[in-house]
Design a protein around this ligand. Structure first.
Ligand code: GTP
Ligand code: MG
Length: 207
C-alpha cells in the first residue's frame, strides 16, 4: 500500500470475546485515557485519526456485544475486519477455555465470511481448505484483560493455544482499569496488519 491508499482504506480493528471480559472498557480506556466506571454493552464505532496512531493509519475500532448483536451481524463485522482481537479475562478460566470455542464458532461460518483461518485439527481442515482463499489471512490477537486482578500470568495457558494456531499474531496481557498495555494493544493490532510476522500463505498448500 502507498500511504494514500492506506489513508483511503483505513483499518478496522475488531474486538470479540466472551461477555464481561472488558471489551468495551478497553476501547473506552483507550479513547478517554481513564477507566470508565459505567459502560454500555457496546461502544460506538470510533475512528482514531491517523496522526495520533503509532503507525499513522486511521483505525476504526468495532466493539461486539452478544447482548446486542446477532451472530450474522458479528460475521458481517468480522468479514470487514483487518485484525481481530479476541479478549479474555485473565482471572476467569472459562473465558480462556472458551477461546477454543470461539475459533470453532468462527470456523463454522468460514465460507460465509471468507476468512482464511488455518486450524490444525483434522476435523476442520477439509472444510477450511474447501472454503477459504489461501492467499488471505486475518491476523488474530489474544488479549488477556484485567491483569490488575491477578498476580500470575496466563501465558502458560495461552502459549499452547498460540502454538496450535499460526494465525494468532501475538498475545498481550493488559488492564483497562489501570491502563496497563492499552495503547500497546492497539499498536500490536495495527502492526499485525501492516507488518505481519507470520506466513501470508502456506507454500506447501499452494497448487
Ligand atoms: P459485554 O459487552 O457484556 O460482552 O462485556 P464487555 O466484554 O464489553 O465487558 P465490559 O467492558 O462491560 O466490562 C465488564 C466488567 O468488567 C465491568 O464491570 C468493568 O468495570 C470490569 N472491567 C473491565 N475491564 C477491567 C479491568 O481491566 N480490571 C478490572 N478489575 N475490571 C475490569
Ligand atoms: Mg461490551
Amino acid at each position: 500500500f502507498t500511504d494514500a491508499e492506506q489513508d483511503a482504506q483505513g483499518r478496522e480493528d475488531m474486538l470479540v470475546g466472551e461477555p464481561k471480559v472488558g471489551k468495551t472498557s478497553l476501547i473506552m480506556s483507550l479513547v478517554s485515557e481513564e477507566f470508565p466506571t459505567v459502560v454500555p454493552y457496546r461502544a460506538e464505532e470510533i475512528t482514531i485519526p491517523a496522526d495520533v496512531t503509532p503507525e499513522r493509519v486511521p483505525t476504526h475500532i468495532v466493539d461486539y456485544s452478544e447482548a446486542e448483536q446477532t451472530d450474522e451481524q458479528l460475521f458481517q463485522e468480522i468479514s470487514k475486519a483487518n485484525v481481530i482481537c479476541i479478549v479474555y479475562s485473565v482471572n476467569n478460566k472459562t473465558s480462556i477455555e472458551k477461546l477454543t470455542v470461539t475459533f470453532v464458532k468462527l470456523l463454522t461460518h468460514v465460507s460465509l465470511i471468507n476468512l482464511s483461518i488455518v486450524m490444525v485439527t483434522s476435523h476442520w481442515l477439509p472444510l477450511i481448505n474447501d472454503n477459504t482463499d489461501k492467499d488471505s489471512r486475518v491476523p488474530l490477537i489474544l488479549v488477556g484483560n484485567k491483569s490488575d486482578l491477578v498476580e500470575h500470568s496466563s501465558m502458560e495457558t495461552i502459549l499452547p493455544i498460540m502454538n496450535r494456531h499460526s494465525e494468532i499474531e501475538t498475545c498481550v496481557e493488559c488492564s483497562a482499569k489501570n491502563l496497563k498495555n492499552i495503547s500497546e494493544l492497539f499498536y500490536y493490532a495495527q502492526k499485525a496488519v501492516l507488518h505481519p510476522t507470520g506466513p501470508l500463505y502456506c507454500p506447501e498448500k499452494k497448487n
